[in-house]
Design a binder for this molecule. Structure first.
Ligand SMILES: [Zn+2]
Length: 404
């Protein structure tokens, strides 16, 4: 994971503010507010005021999590519509009943499902009550009308999807206010991407994907076409549409990290009371906030004899485990290619050590290290694929810390 920051050209943020936030997003928000009922407007205004939209667009990366927490706490209707798993996963359901064979002759199974109806109604009512969930209310009202075990099972299956966060069935049937449904029109990412996407990517000065540190992300500006990296939303816009145009929520990344591995996976870990934080509580690392430069990500088990191969392990550390899992970094690095990389680094390092007399002298030779770490003339790890791998490998081989 490479930590980076944006350096926008002069005038970029002013243009972004006046031509996009003010002229597009705030105008659309006001139109939406004008269509609200008086009651809806009271709630919608706290999110869709000019000031709120501006603050969200320019929110600092370190504050994104608090913003999500604030908006989700203040607007349960948004959680309910965009992230119902957050509500539904906190309740217990009898999903074991979904496995039962409900064919006509299985009277006992059919009765078990039918008998569960009252309990299911009660749980849905509690979600509606405790979380102000319109979706739970809709499901509750639907279920009341159902009588056959197959119908009840089908509804339970929909509840299971919500509980597992797999899909959001029925959300368009439940009576959500239009300002809630239209957030992605107000926080208009498509417009943002087409007008400012290339400039945002360029302003990161990244040449390697910050998530995997493996794939180059080079902009190729041809005469007819431009090939540019993906612009990932660190907090996915499908769940957090109010962060869809937030500059600090954008991370240029490779196609593999963005489209294959991360997709719309939720990267928000709920804020919990400090006394509830245990050893297993860890969070995702946002590359505008933190990087892995100072901590060890890779471990190596050297070959024990001529017949065995060394082993590469993406073992990480507490603050990085969720990223390793999300971006499946083991599948990227725990492969033969990186065993060969390790062997070749070990070979050149041992040669150098032999010439210099000690590992420390080899490490202290800046020219050699620039070559070994493939840094070239300009020392900038943001431009070197697998820099972290090479660094950890050299430190493991030499048993010394490299001073950067
Ligand atoms: Zn990547």
């Amino acid at each position: 994971m490479i930590k980076f920051s944006y350096s926008y050209p002069d005038g970029f943020e002013d243009d972004f503010r006046s031509d996009f936030i003010v002229d597009i997003c705030q105008v659309k928000a006001r139109e939406e507010l004008d269509n609200c009922t008086a009651e809806e407007r009271v709630e919608a205004e706290t999110l869709l005021s000019d000031e709120s939209i501006h603050n969200l667009a320019f929110c600092n990366a370190t504050e994104l999590k608090q913003e999500i927490n604030r908006i989700f706490t203040g607007h349960p209707v948004i959680v309910d519509y965009y992230n119902p798993v957050m509500f539904f996963s906190k309740y217990n359901f009898r999903f074991d009943l979904l496995k039962l064979d409900l064919s006509r002759q299985n009277i006992e199974n059919r009765d078990r499902v039918t008998n569960y109806k009252d309990e299911l109604l009660e749980t849905l009512f509690r979600i509606k009550d405790e979380k102000s969930s319109l979706l739970a209310q809709y499901l509750h009202d639907e279920l009341k009308e159902l009588n056959t075990p197959v119908e009840i099972r089908d509804l339970l299956r929909a509840v299971q999807s919500l509980h597992q966060g797999k899909s959001k069935p029925f959300k368009d049937e439940a009576p959500y206010p239009s300002w809630v449904k239209n957030l992605s029109n107000i926080f208009d990412y498509e417009k943002c991407r087409s007008e400012y996407g290339l400039q945002i990517v360029k302003s990161s000065n990244l040449e390697v994907c910050p998530f995997c540190n493996n794939n180059p992300i080079i902009i190729a500006e041809g005469k007819r076409h431009i090939d540019k990296p993906d612009l990932d939303h660190f907090y996915p816009k499908s769940i957090y549409p109010f962060l869809a145009i937030t500059l600090s929520n954008f991370v240029p990344s490779c196609h593999r990290c963005n489209r294959t591995f991360k997709r719309d996976e939720d990267t928000y870990v709920e804020i919990i009371e400090p006394e509830l934080i245990t050893d297993t509580y860890s969070d995702y690392m946002h590359p505008l906030v933190e990087g892995t430069l100072k901590s060890t990500v890779f471990h190596f088990l050297p070959a024990t004899d001529r017949l065995t191969s060394p082993t590469v392990l993406v073992s990480g550390f507490d603050g990085f485990m969720k990223n390793i899992d999300l971006f499946e970094l083991k599948s990227v690095y725990e492969v033969d290619k990186f065993v060969r990389e390790y062997k070749s680094l070990k070979y050149i390092f041992d040669q150098k050590k032999g010439l210099e007399g000690s590992a420390q002298d080899a490490i202290d030779d800046e020219e050699f290290m620039a070559m070994a770490l493939k840094l070239g003339q300009a020392f900038n790890e943001k431009n070197v694929p697998n820099f972290k791998f090479n660094l950890d490998a050299i430190e493991s081989i030499s048993n010394l810390k490299v001073n950067l």
